[in-house]
Design a protein around this ligand. Structure first.
Ligand code: SIN
Length: 287
């Protein structure tokens, strides 16, 4: 029987008693959808999912977005983005630095992703301890944790988001190979979004700025904007607002991108291998 136990943090719950390779019956689907909206991050352990089964499961929760990084799409299932540091014939088989900066998936699109599902196949480890953890932060709890004066100052403001920012950061941090193709750049022009967005189901207000993609807050000079963004980024990722996941092969984590952002800890390197399959669900224009 399916059971959902909340973690001791404002987000996250462990779901047991469900095999995600089976079709979900309507009651189980509804229970999971409610838990996803309420807890933002759902963790399932000990799953075995073929690419088609992963797509079948995540497709119950929305339409799939085909990721702009087309060189890393799964060859049989383009709905899957391969996340991996593994190389084949000298070439990366997946996004090798996915999640390196705090971000919300696809926040650089006019309609950012509603949710993502990540399935762990290989997880690096050292002395029996897993590496490459992922941390999620609740941007809803973070907004609620701001003083009312700052909440009012932010509400109604907009910010610019740009996928190319991530690539400028990667190059500045020493990865000269981090490039977007001209076609990928053309598909991801900078977009404007509210700094505070509303969750379409719960109605909670969520801080909507992230280190990976947010460039500046509109209507402020560069220094004021950067200083405020840095304060907000530091606030959002306070331990009180986060859940840290230690991966095991067979884990599936499904998260809601509206009230969260996440970071993958890059504390491993080949020959330690990390391989995960990610699906991404389409979203709506933030308001
Ligand atoms: C991602 O940002 O979607 C990937 C996170 C991870 O690799 O843990």
């Amino acid at each position: 029987m399916m059971k959902i136990e909340n973690f001791d943090s404002p987000i996250g719950a462990l779901v047991t008693g469900v095999d995600l390779s089976d079709d979900l019956d309507p009651d189980s689907f509804e229970t999971l959808q409610d838990a996803w909206n309420e807890r933002s991050v759902l963790v399932y352990r000990d799953q075995t999912l073929s690419p088609a089964e992963l797509v079948n499961f995540s497709g119950r929760f929305g339409e799939h977005e085909i990721h702009v990084l087309n060189q890393y799409l799964h060859p049989d299932q383009p709905e899957i983005l391969v996340v991996s540091n593994v190389k084949k014939d000298g070439e990366h088989i997946g996004v090798y630095d996915a999640g390196r900066y705090w971000h919300t998936d696809l926040s650089y699109l006019a309609k950012p992703s509603r949710g993502s599902v990540l399935y762990a196949i290989e997880i690096p480890e050292e002395n029996g301890k897993p590496l490459g953890d992922t941390i999620w932060a609740s941007t809803a709890a973070a907004f609620e944790g701001l003083n009312p004066g700052l909440q009012e100052r932010l509400d109604g403001r907009t910010a610019m988001f740009d996928f190319a920012k991530r690539y400028r950061k990667l190059v500045a941090d020493g990865d000269q190979n981090a490039v977007l193709t001209d076609e990928q750049k053309a598909k991801t022009p900078p977009v404007e979004h509210p700094v505070v967005r509303t969750h379409p189901v719960t109605g909670r207000k969520c801080l909507n700025v992230n280190e990976g993609h947010t460039v500046n807050i509109n209507g402020m000079d560069d220094d004021e904007s950067l200083s405020l963004l840095e304060d907000l980024w530091a606030h959002i990722v306070k331990p009180d607002f986060t859940y840290r996941h230690k991966w095991r092969p067979g884990d599936v984590v499904m998260w809601d991108n509206v009230p969260t952002q996440h970071l993958a800890i890059c504390d491993y390197a080949l020959p330690q291998r990390r391989l995960l399959h990610r699906t991404t669900l389409t979203g709506t224009r933030p308001y």
